[in-house]
Ligand binder design. Structure first.
Ligand SMILES: NC(=O)c1ccc[n+]([C@@H]2O[C@H](COP(=O)([O-])OP(=O)(O)OC[C@H]3O[C@@H](n4cnc5c(N)ncnc54)[C@H](O)[C@@H]3O)[C@@H](O)[C@H]2O)c1
Length: 386
Protein backbone atom coordinates (compact mmCIF):
# COMPACT_ATOMS: atom_id res chain seq x y z
CA UNK A 1 0.00 0.00 0.00
CA UNK A 2 1.22 3.50 -0.81
CA UNK A 3 -0.25 7.01 -0.85
CA UNK A 4 -0.39 9.90 -3.28
CA UNK A 5 -0.23 13.16 -1.34
CA UNK A 6 -1.00 16.56 -2.77
CA UNK A 7 -2.10 19.99 -1.61
CA UNK A 8 -4.85 21.86 -3.41
CA UNK A 9 -2.72 23.39 -6.18
CA UNK A 10 -3.82 26.83 -7.40
CA UNK A 11 -1.72 27.76 -10.43
CA UNK A 12 -1.30 30.29 -13.21
CA UNK A 13 -1.64 34.04 -13.50
CA UNK A 14 -3.40 35.67 -10.51
CA UNK A 15 -3.36 32.42 -8.49
CA UNK A 16 -2.27 34.59 -5.56
CA UNK A 17 -5.76 36.09 -5.38
CA UNK A 18 -6.85 32.79 -3.82
CA UNK A 19 -5.53 34.26 -0.56
CA UNK A 20 -8.34 36.81 -0.49
CA UNK A 21 -10.81 33.94 0.04
CA UNK A 22 -8.95 32.51 3.07
CA UNK A 23 -11.04 32.23 6.24
CA UNK A 24 -9.15 32.82 9.47
CA UNK A 25 -7.81 35.20 12.09
CA UNK A 26 -4.01 35.34 12.08
CA UNK A 27 -1.43 34.42 9.43
CA UNK A 28 2.27 33.94 10.15
CA UNK A 29 4.43 34.39 7.03
CA UNK A 30 7.77 32.56 6.98
CA UNK A 31 10.11 34.12 4.42
CA UNK A 32 13.53 35.75 3.88
CA UNK A 33 14.96 39.25 3.74
CA UNK A 34 15.51 39.22 -0.06
CA UNK A 35 11.84 38.56 -0.71
CA UNK A 36 10.94 41.31 1.72
CA UNK A 37 13.15 43.77 -0.20
CA UNK A 38 11.77 42.65 -3.58
CA UNK A 39 8.19 43.42 -2.49
CA UNK A 40 7.01 39.80 -2.75
CA UNK A 41 6.11 39.72 0.94
CA UNK A 42 3.92 42.82 0.49
CA UNK A 43 2.01 41.13 -2.34
CA UNK A 44 1.11 38.32 0.04
CA UNK A 45 0.41 40.31 3.21
CA UNK A 46 -1.82 42.76 1.28
CA UNK A 47 -4.09 39.92 0.19
CA UNK A 48 -4.12 38.27 3.61
CA UNK A 49 -5.14 41.61 5.15
CA UNK A 50 -7.82 42.00 2.49
CA UNK A 51 -9.14 38.62 3.70
CA UNK A 52 -9.40 40.17 7.18
CA UNK A 53 -6.43 38.38 8.77
CA UNK A 54 -3.91 39.88 11.18
CA UNK A 55 -0.42 39.20 9.78
CA UNK A 56 3.05 38.74 11.27
CA UNK A 57 6.18 38.22 9.16
CA UNK A 58 9.30 36.21 10.07
CA UNK A 59 11.87 37.14 7.38
CA UNK A 60 14.97 35.52 8.84
CA UNK A 61 15.21 32.25 6.90
CA UNK A 62 18.65 31.69 5.35
CA UNK A 63 19.41 29.43 2.35
CA UNK A 64 19.58 25.84 3.65
CA UNK A 65 17.81 26.71 6.92
CA UNK A 66 19.38 25.64 10.18
CA UNK A 67 17.78 23.90 13.15
CA UNK A 68 18.35 27.12 15.15
CA UNK A 69 16.39 29.27 12.68
CA UNK A 70 13.48 26.84 12.85
CA UNK A 71 13.45 26.94 16.65
CA UNK A 72 13.60 30.77 16.66
CA UNK A 73 10.73 31.06 14.17
CA UNK A 74 8.62 28.51 16.05
CA UNK A 75 9.00 30.54 19.26
CA UNK A 76 7.73 33.67 17.48
CA UNK A 77 4.91 31.64 15.97
CA UNK A 78 3.86 30.44 19.42
CA UNK A 79 3.86 34.04 20.65
CA UNK A 80 1.59 35.15 17.77
CA UNK A 81 -0.80 32.15 17.71
CA UNK A 82 -1.64 31.91 13.98
CA UNK A 83 -4.33 29.72 12.46
CA UNK A 84 -2.61 29.93 9.05
CA UNK A 85 1.10 29.57 8.32
CA UNK A 86 2.38 30.80 4.96
CA UNK A 87 5.73 29.52 3.66
CA UNK A 88 6.76 32.12 1.07
CA UNK A 89 10.04 31.65 -0.80
CA UNK A 90 12.28 29.02 -2.23
CA UNK A 91 12.57 25.57 -0.70
CA UNK A 92 14.41 27.05 2.28
CA UNK A 93 11.48 29.18 3.44
CA UNK A 94 8.85 26.56 2.68
CA UNK A 95 10.78 23.82 4.51
CA UNK A 96 11.42 26.13 7.46
CA UNK A 97 7.68 26.90 7.60
CA UNK A 98 6.83 23.17 7.63
CA UNK A 99 9.22 22.48 10.49
CA UNK A 100 8.17 25.54 12.52
CA UNK A 101 4.56 24.41 12.12
CA UNK A 102 5.37 21.06 13.77
CA UNK A 103 7.12 22.75 16.72
CA UNK A 104 4.24 25.22 17.04
CA UNK A 105 1.75 22.34 17.31
CA UNK A 106 4.14 20.31 19.51
CA UNK A 107 6.36 22.63 21.58
CA UNK A 108 7.90 19.57 23.27
CA UNK A 109 9.45 18.35 19.99
CA UNK A 110 12.77 19.19 18.34
CA UNK A 111 12.99 19.31 14.52
CA UNK A 112 15.24 16.22 14.33
CA UNK A 113 12.29 14.14 15.63
CA UNK A 114 10.07 14.84 12.61
CA UNK A 115 9.86 11.58 10.67
CA UNK A 116 7.32 9.67 8.58
CA UNK A 117 6.67 7.01 11.24
CA UNK A 118 5.56 9.03 14.28
CA UNK A 119 2.01 10.50 13.91
CA UNK A 120 2.04 14.28 14.42
CA UNK A 121 -1.71 15.01 14.48
CA UNK A 122 -1.12 18.43 12.94
CA UNK A 123 -3.83 20.99 12.07
CA UNK A 124 -5.01 21.33 15.68
CA UNK A 125 -3.74 24.93 15.71
CA UNK A 126 -3.00 25.93 12.12
CA UNK A 127 -2.93 24.99 8.45
CA UNK A 128 -0.23 25.60 5.87
CA UNK A 129 -0.09 27.54 2.59
CA UNK A 130 3.05 27.29 0.45
CA UNK A 131 3.98 29.89 -2.16
CA UNK A 132 7.14 29.15 -4.18
CA UNK A 133 9.26 32.05 -5.43
CA UNK A 134 11.78 29.82 -7.20
CA UNK A 135 10.90 27.26 -9.88
CA UNK A 136 12.83 24.44 -8.31
CA UNK A 137 12.37 22.39 -5.20
CA UNK A 138 8.69 21.52 -5.49
CA UNK A 139 8.65 21.84 -1.68
CA UNK A 140 5.26 23.53 -2.05
CA UNK A 141 3.88 20.10 -2.99
CA UNK A 142 6.06 17.68 -1.01
CA UNK A 143 6.00 16.71 2.65
CA UNK A 144 9.78 16.59 2.86
CA UNK A 145 11.71 19.02 5.07
CA UNK A 146 15.45 19.55 4.52
CA UNK A 147 17.24 21.30 7.38
CA UNK A 148 20.94 21.84 8.01
CA UNK A 149 22.74 20.77 11.16
CA UNK A 150 25.40 23.50 11.10
CA UNK A 151 27.40 21.94 13.95
CA UNK A 152 27.80 18.67 12.03
CA UNK A 153 27.95 20.16 8.50
CA UNK A 154 25.21 17.89 7.24
CA UNK A 155 21.71 18.12 5.85
CA UNK A 156 18.86 16.27 7.53
CA UNK A 157 16.05 14.84 5.40
CA UNK A 158 13.01 15.01 7.69
CA UNK A 159 9.24 15.25 7.31
CA UNK A 160 5.95 13.48 7.74
CA UNK A 161 3.09 13.04 5.29
CA UNK A 162 1.09 15.37 7.55
CA UNK A 163 3.51 18.18 6.63
CA UNK A 164 1.99 18.47 3.17
CA UNK A 165 0.61 21.99 2.66
CA UNK A 166 -3.16 22.43 2.51
CA UNK A 167 -2.87 24.89 -0.36
CA UNK A 168 0.02 25.52 -2.78
CA UNK A 169 -0.17 28.76 -4.73
CA UNK A 170 1.93 28.50 -7.89
CA UNK A 171 1.81 32.01 -9.35
CA UNK A 172 4.43 32.93 -11.98
CA UNK A 173 4.47 36.55 -10.79
CA UNK A 174 7.06 35.51 -8.18
CA UNK A 175 9.55 34.20 -10.73
CA UNK A 176 9.10 36.80 -13.49
CA UNK A 177 12.42 38.44 -12.53
CA UNK A 178 14.23 35.51 -10.90
CA UNK A 179 17.99 36.09 -11.48
CA UNK A 180 19.56 33.86 -14.20
CA UNK A 181 21.86 31.99 -11.80
CA UNK A 182 19.02 31.11 -9.39
CA UNK A 183 16.84 30.17 -12.39
CA UNK A 184 19.56 27.83 -13.69
CA UNK A 185 20.34 26.26 -10.30
CA UNK A 186 16.71 25.69 -9.36
CA UNK A 187 15.83 24.49 -12.87
CA UNK A 188 18.43 21.73 -12.60
CA UNK A 189 16.75 20.78 -9.31
CA UNK A 190 13.46 20.26 -11.18
CA UNK A 191 15.19 18.03 -13.71
CA UNK A 192 16.87 16.00 -10.96
CA UNK A 193 13.56 15.48 -9.16
CA UNK A 194 11.85 14.35 -12.31
CA UNK A 195 14.62 11.96 -13.45
CA UNK A 196 15.01 10.49 -9.97
CA UNK A 197 11.25 10.26 -9.36
CA UNK A 198 10.96 8.24 -12.57
CA UNK A 199 13.95 5.96 -11.92
CA UNK A 200 13.95 5.43 -8.13
CA UNK A 201 13.14 1.95 -6.90
CA UNK A 202 9.92 3.47 -5.45
CA UNK A 203 8.67 4.63 -8.85
CA UNK A 204 4.95 4.07 -9.39
CA UNK A 205 2.18 4.53 -11.97
CA UNK A 206 0.81 7.65 -10.29
CA UNK A 207 4.11 9.54 -10.54
CA UNK A 208 5.52 8.37 -13.87
CA UNK A 209 3.50 10.74 -16.06
CA UNK A 210 4.24 13.70 -13.81
CA UNK A 211 7.98 13.02 -13.93
CA UNK A 212 8.09 12.58 -17.71
CA UNK A 213 6.09 15.76 -18.28
CA UNK A 214 8.37 17.72 -15.96
CA UNK A 215 11.49 16.44 -17.78
CA UNK A 216 10.01 17.58 -21.10
CA UNK A 217 9.08 21.02 -19.72
CA UNK A 218 12.59 21.55 -18.37
CA UNK A 219 14.26 20.54 -21.64
CA UNK A 220 11.93 22.84 -23.62
CA UNK A 221 11.72 25.87 -21.35
CA UNK A 222 14.69 26.08 -18.95
CA UNK A 223 17.15 27.54 -21.51
CA UNK A 224 14.60 30.23 -22.42
CA UNK A 225 13.90 31.00 -18.76
CA UNK A 226 17.64 31.40 -18.06
CA UNK A 227 18.81 33.10 -21.26
CA UNK A 228 15.70 35.22 -21.99
CA UNK A 229 14.58 35.89 -18.43
CA UNK A 230 11.69 38.06 -19.56
CA UNK A 231 9.96 35.24 -21.51
CA UNK A 232 6.64 34.90 -19.62
CA UNK A 233 5.71 31.57 -21.21
CA UNK A 234 9.04 29.99 -20.24
CA UNK A 235 8.69 31.35 -16.69
CA UNK A 236 5.17 30.01 -16.25
CA UNK A 237 5.94 26.58 -17.73
CA UNK A 238 9.06 26.20 -15.55
CA UNK A 239 7.04 27.23 -12.49
CA UNK A 240 4.48 24.56 -13.31
CA UNK A 241 7.27 22.04 -14.01
CA UNK A 242 8.70 22.53 -10.53
CA UNK A 243 5.42 21.72 -8.80
CA UNK A 244 4.68 18.83 -11.17
CA UNK A 245 8.13 17.35 -10.46
CA UNK A 246 7.54 17.93 -6.74
CA UNK A 247 4.36 15.86 -6.90
CA UNK A 248 6.19 13.25 -8.99
CA UNK A 249 9.29 12.69 -6.88
CA UNK A 250 7.54 13.57 -3.62
CA UNK A 251 5.27 10.56 -4.01
CA UNK A 252 8.04 8.29 -5.33
CA UNK A 253 11.14 9.50 -3.44
CA UNK A 254 14.41 10.98 -4.65
CA UNK A 255 17.61 8.95 -4.89
CA UNK A 256 21.41 9.08 -4.98
CA UNK A 257 21.85 12.41 -6.83
CA UNK A 258 20.10 13.89 -3.81
CA UNK A 259 22.23 11.96 -1.33
CA UNK A 260 25.44 13.08 -3.07
CA UNK A 261 24.15 16.61 -3.75
CA UNK A 262 22.95 17.17 -0.17
CA UNK A 263 26.43 16.22 0.98
CA UNK A 264 28.06 18.70 -1.44
CA UNK A 265 25.66 21.40 -0.25
CA UNK A 266 26.46 20.81 3.40
CA UNK A 267 30.25 20.62 2.93
CA UNK A 268 30.92 23.19 0.18
CA UNK A 269 27.73 25.29 0.51
CA UNK A 270 26.95 24.65 -3.16
CA UNK A 271 23.35 25.81 -3.82
CA UNK A 272 21.01 22.81 -3.69
CA UNK A 273 19.91 22.71 -7.34
CA UNK A 274 23.43 23.26 -8.68
CA UNK A 275 24.71 20.45 -6.46
CA UNK A 276 22.12 17.82 -7.38
CA UNK A 277 22.13 18.84 -11.05
CA UNK A 278 25.91 18.57 -11.19
CA UNK A 279 25.97 14.99 -9.91
CA UNK A 280 22.85 13.85 -11.81
CA UNK A 281 24.52 12.68 -15.07
CA UNK A 282 27.15 10.72 -13.12
CA UNK A 283 24.45 8.94 -11.11
CA UNK A 284 22.54 8.16 -14.32
CA UNK A 285 25.69 6.54 -15.77
CA UNK A 286 26.34 4.58 -12.56
CA UNK A 287 22.78 3.34 -12.05
CA UNK A 288 22.19 2.80 -15.76
CA UNK A 289 24.97 0.24 -15.96
CA UNK A 290 22.84 -2.25 -14.05
CA UNK A 291 19.33 -0.78 -14.46
CA UNK A 292 19.02 0.93 -17.89
CA UNK A 293 15.31 0.28 -18.62
CA UNK A 294 13.75 3.30 -16.93
CA UNK A 295 16.35 5.60 -18.50
CA UNK A 296 15.47 4.07 -21.85
CA UNK A 297 11.82 5.15 -21.29
CA UNK A 298 12.97 8.74 -20.69
CA UNK A 299 15.25 8.71 -23.72
CA UNK A 300 12.44 7.35 -25.89
CA UNK A 301 10.02 9.97 -24.51
CA UNK A 302 12.52 12.71 -25.42
CA UNK A 303 12.98 11.19 -28.88
CA UNK A 304 16.72 10.68 -28.50
CA UNK A 305 16.86 7.20 -30.13
CA UNK A 306 19.51 4.55 -29.34
CA UNK A 307 19.37 1.13 -27.70
CA UNK A 308 18.32 0.37 -24.11
CA UNK A 309 21.94 -0.21 -23.13
CA UNK A 310 22.93 3.17 -24.64
CA UNK A 311 20.10 5.08 -22.97
CA UNK A 312 21.85 6.08 -19.70
CA UNK A 313 24.83 7.48 -21.64
CA UNK A 314 22.52 9.37 -24.04
CA UNK A 315 20.51 10.81 -21.17
CA UNK A 316 23.67 11.82 -19.28
CA UNK A 317 24.90 13.57 -22.45
CA UNK A 318 21.56 15.36 -22.88
CA UNK A 319 21.71 16.57 -19.27
CA UNK A 320 25.29 17.80 -19.72
CA UNK A 321 24.40 19.65 -22.92
CA UNK A 322 21.51 21.39 -21.12
CA UNK A 323 23.87 22.30 -18.26
CA UNK A 324 26.38 23.70 -20.77
CA UNK A 325 23.66 25.73 -22.50
CA UNK A 326 22.61 27.38 -19.22
CA UNK A 327 26.24 27.75 -18.08
CA UNK A 328 26.11 25.37 -15.15
CA UNK A 329 29.29 23.63 -13.96
CA UNK A 330 29.90 20.11 -15.27
CA UNK A 331 32.44 19.14 -12.60
CA UNK A 332 33.48 20.20 -9.12
CA UNK A 333 36.58 21.73 -10.70
CA UNK A 334 34.29 23.89 -12.87
CA UNK A 335 32.42 24.82 -9.69
CA UNK A 336 35.65 26.23 -8.24
CA UNK A 337 36.58 23.41 -5.82
CA UNK A 338 40.35 22.86 -5.65
CA UNK A 339 41.99 19.43 -5.49
CA UNK A 340 43.17 20.13 -1.92
CA UNK A 341 39.69 21.13 -0.78
CA UNK A 342 38.24 18.05 -2.44
CA UNK A 343 40.68 15.60 -0.89
CA UNK A 344 40.22 17.09 2.57
CA UNK A 345 36.43 16.88 2.24
CA UNK A 346 36.10 13.46 0.59
CA UNK A 347 35.64 11.32 3.75
CA UNK A 348 32.92 13.71 4.99
CA UNK A 349 31.26 13.82 1.55
CA UNK A 350 31.06 10.03 1.48
CA UNK A 351 29.91 9.71 5.08
CA UNK A 352 27.10 12.28 4.61
CA UNK A 353 25.91 10.66 1.37
CA UNK A 354 25.86 7.22 2.99
CA UNK A 355 23.76 8.54 5.87
CA UNK A 356 21.33 10.45 3.63
CA UNK A 357 17.81 9.03 3.73
CA UNK A 358 17.43 9.31 -0.07
CA UNK A 359 20.27 6.87 -0.88
CA UNK A 360 18.17 3.79 -0.10
CA UNK A 361 15.69 4.60 -2.87
CA UNK A 362 18.35 4.35 -5.59
CA UNK A 363 17.88 1.54 -8.10
CA UNK A 364 21.60 0.77 -7.59
CA UNK A 365 23.00 1.67 -4.17
CA UNK A 366 26.72 2.50 -4.12
CA UNK A 367 28.95 1.34 -1.26
CA UNK A 368 31.42 3.73 0.31
CA UNK A 369 34.24 2.79 -2.09
CA UNK A 370 31.96 3.43 -5.07
CA UNK A 371 30.79 6.74 -3.59
CA UNK A 372 34.40 7.79 -3.26
CA UNK A 373 35.08 6.91 -6.90
CA UNK A 374 31.85 8.63 -8.00
CA UNK A 375 32.87 11.85 -6.24
CA UNK A 376 36.30 11.60 -7.93
CA UNK A 377 34.54 11.44 -11.33
CA UNK A 378 32.38 14.45 -10.40
CA UNK A 379 35.52 16.32 -9.32
CA UNK A 380 37.31 15.73 -12.60
CA UNK A 381 34.35 15.66 -15.00
CA UNK A 382 35.08 12.03 -15.94
CA UNK A 383 32.20 9.82 -17.16
CA UNK A 384 31.37 6.90 -14.84
CA UNK A 385 32.23 3.46 -16.27
CA UNK A 386 31.94 1.20 -13.21
N1 LIG B 1 11.20 19.91 0.76
C1 LIG B 1 11.56 19.49 -0.42
O1 LIG B 1 10.87 18.68 -1.05
C2 LIG B 1 12.85 19.99 -1.01
C3 LIG B 1 13.24 19.55 -2.29
C4 LIG B 1 14.42 20.04 -2.81
C5 LIG B 1 15.19 20.93 -2.09
N2 LIG B 1 14.81 21.33 -0.84
C6 LIG B 1 15.60 22.28 -0.05
O2 LIG B 1 15.26 23.60 -0.48
C7 LIG B 1 16.40 24.46 -0.30
C8 LIG B 1 16.75 25.14 -1.61
O3 LIG B 1 15.67 25.89 -2.07
P1 LIG B 1 15.80 26.80 -3.37
O4 LIG B 1 16.66 26.12 -4.34
O5 LIG B 1 14.44 27.18 -3.77
O6 LIG B 1 16.63 28.04 -2.87
P2 LIG B 1 16.51 28.93 -1.55
O7 LIG B 1 15.14 28.89 -1.00
O8 LIG B 1 17.63 28.54 -0.64
O9 LIG B 1 16.78 30.38 -2.16
C9 LIG B 1 18.02 30.66 -2.79
C10 LIG B 1 18.20 32.17 -2.90
O10 LIG B 1 17.29 32.67 -3.87
C11 LIG B 1 16.62 33.80 -3.35
N3 LIG B 1 15.31 33.92 -3.98
C12 LIG B 1 14.23 33.14 -3.80
N4 LIG B 1 13.23 33.55 -4.58
C13 LIG B 1 13.68 34.63 -5.27
C14 LIG B 1 13.09 35.52 -6.22
N5 LIG B 1 11.86 35.33 -6.67
N6 LIG B 1 13.86 36.53 -6.69
C15 LIG B 1 15.14 36.70 -6.29
N7 LIG B 1 15.74 35.90 -5.38
C16 LIG B 1 15.01 34.87 -4.88
C17 LIG B 1 16.55 33.54 -1.86
O11 LIG B 1 16.38 34.75 -1.14
C18 LIG B 1 17.89 32.89 -1.60
O12 LIG B 1 18.88 33.86 -1.38
C19 LIG B 1 17.53 23.60 0.20
O13 LIG B 1 17.60 23.67 1.60
C20 LIG B 1 17.10 22.22 -0.25
O14 LIG B 1 17.71 21.19 0.51
C21 LIG B 1 13.65 20.89 -0.32
Amino acid sequence: MWYFNSPLVVFGEDALNELVAIQGHRAFVVTDSTLLKLGHVDRVTARLKEAGLEVRVFAEVEPDPSLETVKRGAAQMADFGPDWIVGLGGGSCMDAAKAMWVLYEHPEMVPEEINPVVPLVLRQKARLITIPTTSGTGAEATWAIILTDTAENRKLALGSRENMADIAIVDPVFVAALPPQVTADTGMDVLTHAVEGYTTSWHNDFCDGLCLKAIQLVMDYLPRAVLVGTDPEARERMHNAATIAGLGFGNALAAMAHAMGHSLGAVFHTPHGRAVGLVLPYTVEFTGLTAPDRYADIVRFLGLGGSVADAPRLLAERIRSLAREIRQPLSLQDAGITRTQFEAALPKLVQNAENDATLVASARIPDSGELSRLYACVMEGRAVDF
